[in-house]
Design a protein around this ligand. Sequence first.
Ligand code: AMP
Ligand code: ZN
Length: 141
Amino acid sequence: MNCIFCKIISEELPSHKLYKDDLVTCFLDIAPINLGHALVIPNEHHASITTVPSEILSRMMVVAPTIAQAIAREVDADGFNLHLSNGQCAGQIVLHSHLHIIPRSPTDGFSWGWRSTEYENENVKQELFNKISIRLKNKNL
Ligand code: AMP
Ligand code: ZN
């Protein structure tokens, strides 16, 4: 598998591993947004988070807050972002799904550039809500 994160798991590539168990691995990001920025990844290759089995997904979310807390304490951060980009249009560059742990402080000067928009009217919102709900209910994924 020609995937840099698979190579990190197999130790073909070096990394600073903070955590590893039978399902997931966490290591320092090579180009951190803030110092201590780390990535939690499934040990098996999945390009998309949507194909990661639930046991592995759970483990990723179970270990992330503990690791994030240790990082935050060490770099004197007040909080952290857990972030996952799924798909290239969403900003995913490495196609081995990964959860970013980004320690944050009020003075770090980093902004997501978050935006908000609005529905044209209540009907548009309700119709979309209905369609998504039916899709979920019917497992029409
Ligand atoms: P994303 O844009 O969500 O796909 O993020 C990919 C992340 O992987 C970026 O933050 C990169 O800095 C990081 N990255 C790429 N190569 C390595 C590597 N060899 N070791 C650690 N982190 C890496
Ligand atoms: Zn991989």
